[in-house]
Design a protein around this ligand. Structure first.
Ligand SMILES: Cc1cc2nc3c(=O)[nH]c(=O)nc-3n(C[C@H](O)[C@H](O)[C@H](O)COP(=O)(O)OP(=O)(O)OC[C@H]3O[C@@H](n4cnc5c(N)ncnc54)[C@H](O)[C@@H]3O)c2cc1C
Ligand SMILES: *[C@@H]1O[C@H](CO)[C@@H](O)[C@H](O)[C@H]1NC(C)=O
Ligand SMILES: *[C@@H]1O[C@H](CO)[C@@H](O)[C@H](O)[C@H]1NC(C)=O
Ligand SMILES: *[C@@H]1O[C@H](CO)[C@@H](O)[C@H](O)[C@H]1NC(C)=O
Ligand SMILES: *[C@@H]1O[C@H](CO)[C@@H](O)[C@H](O)[C@H]1NC(C)=O
Ligand SMILES: *[C@@H]1O[C@H](CO)[C@@H](O)[C@H](O)[C@H]1NC(C)=O
Length: 377
């Protein structure tokens, strides 16, 4: 009986395990997931506020397509469209997944030619795409239908489905190498097919992919005011000086993300006050309706806030910091035979892990099929 071991329980690992479970015959295939961190940990350990070992809960997350600058980007954008299609089904048939469709709005202060011409990769398969023209502030705008998701809820949704419907086994363990997997299972075959969804790219014999290049992101999770206009749209401003400011609603009462920084090569996992101030400043300018109004007469509408009579403020529930697992050369999906063992790579999603998740899992599935077909020969 073929045994497939998925390493990693981030959005890539869980989605891959689910696609394999949905498509391979359950009676003749065993699927296991090994991860150091994952949604199977008790209550998602709230003290684990930041991590570069487990990025998925700290994402926005939404789908923000962009025009392709390279052939590789275009290939990846095709995968995002498979996810788009799949998320349309989830939004209508499985609202408990927390996937929701909203209006996506973008404003660019200094758009590249690729945006101005809506170059390939940008508008394909988007519904209700509109170029809004340049507004009085000088920003070029676009809008289209897109999805948002509450990452912690979506990860739980995938995990529970894997466990209850497909009986996938989860093992909590930090591996020193992929090769170590062969010592864990006594059943035959002893050398399972390994699917490597470790984000940074754990190597077969230890270490991580040298092409790994973290991109730090700090965002604020905001408890929105009652009449918040950002619950049925996600808005991104790309400023001329390369700063970004955006809102992403996390459905099912998950709050609103106000983000975010993109600091290439920066591996600081603590909260940086300077970044929080930067987000407050741009947030006040571009998203004032995300702020609450402090009640007058010293009466506060949030017990944890000092009284700021009549002042507007962001009701911050949490500051999120994580390192997007980017890879020079982009997402790596390919099979490799190491010491006679089949390994399938699926890592290096950078800032697009949710967007790529389902499309990437279909590619892994076809590589698994290829291996199983060969073994039948
Ligand atoms: C601020 C921010 C905003 C983002 N916004 C978006 C967005 O809007 N849309 C979007 O699509 N993406 C977004 N992303 C990116 C997204 O979060 C990542 O691309 C995605 O989470 C990567 O998933 P992954 O499964 O590859 O990695 P991870 O979630 O990091 O999972 C890696 C898994 O591998 C396991 N693992 C690693 N090494 C070992 C080992 N040695 N032994 C055992 N287990 C191991 C870990 O325990 C974990 O389970 C954002 C990221 C950040 C930081
Ligand atoms: C939660 O994570 C922190 C930080 O890694 C760790 O110190 C703590 O032991 C964890 N708690 C539980 C209940 O796993
Ligand atoms: C996976 O293992 C392979 C083989 O060691 C390695 O080259 C690659 O970088 C690793 N990363 C992942 C996640 O596959
Ligand atoms: C979003 O909500 C606002 C009211 O808050 C409403 O005017 C608008 O039509 C809604 N838009 C969509 C796309 O549902
Ligand atoms: C871009 O400009 C905004 C305000 O105009 C400022 O807050 C921000 O720090 C600037 N970003 C960079 C990268 O200089
Ligand atoms: C594997 O074999 C099946 C059945 O013969 C076939 O339908 C499928 O296309 C093959 N898949 C791959 C990826 O080779």
């Amino acid at each position: 009986m073929p045994h497939i071991v998925v390493v990693g329980a981030g959005v890539l690992g869980l989605t891959t395990a689910l696609t394999l479970a949905e498509n391979l015959p359950q009676s003749t295939t065993q699927i296991s997931v090994i991860a150091e961190w994952g949604p199977h940990l008790p209550s998602m350990n709230t003290s684990l506020t930041t991590s570069n070992e487990y990025v998925s809960p700290w994402a926005g997350a939404h789908f923000r397509p962009f025009p392709s600058a390279t052939e590789k980007e275009f290939e990846e954008l095709k995968l995002t469209r498979k996810t788009l299609q799949y998320f349309q089904e989830l939004a209508s048939d499985h609202p408990e997944s927390s996937v929701k469709f909203v209006k996506g709005v973008e404003y660019l202060e200094d758009p590249s030619e690729l945006y101005k011409t809506c170059a390939r990769g940008y508008t394909e398969d988007l519904q209700n795409f509109k170029k809004l023209g340049v507004d009085e502030r000088g920003f070029l705008g676009f809008e289209y239908d897109t999805w948002v998701v509450s990452p912690p809820m979506y990860l739980q949704y995938l995990y529970r489905k894997l466990q209850t419907i497909y009986g996938v086994k989860f093992i909590t363990l930090k591996l020193d190498s992929l090769q170590q997997i062969n010592t864990l299972f006594s059943e035959k075959p002893k050398r399972p097919i390994i699917v490597n969804c470790t984000g940074k790219g754990l190597q077969y014999s230890g270490g991580t992919d040298p092409a790994y290049e973290p991109i730090r992101g700090q965002t604020l999770l905001i408890n929105p005011p009652p009449d918040c206009p950002y619950l049925n749209k996600t808005i991104t401003y790309q400023l001329a000086n390369k700063s970004w400011i955006f809102t992403i609603h996390r459905p099912l009462y998950g709050g609103v993300i106000l983000g975010g920084t993109k600091q290439v090569g920066d591996t600081f996992l603590g909260i940086r006050e300077e970044d929080t101030k930067h987000l407050f400043k741009l947030g006040e300018r571009y998203f004032p309706s995300l702020m609450k109004l402090e009640a007058r007469n010293g009466k506060e509408d949030n017990i944890n806030k000092e009284s700021r009579n009549g002042e507007k403020y962001f009701d911050v529930m949490k500051v999120n910091v994580a390192l997007r697992p980017a890879r020079r050369g982009g997402l790596r999906i390919e099979r490799e035979k190491i010491n006679g063992q089949n390994v399938i790579h699926n890592y290096g999603a950078g800032g697009m892990g949710y967007e790529l998740s389902y499309g990437a899992s279909l590619k892994v599935y076809s590589l698994v099929e290829e291996i199983l077909n060969e073994s039948k020969l």
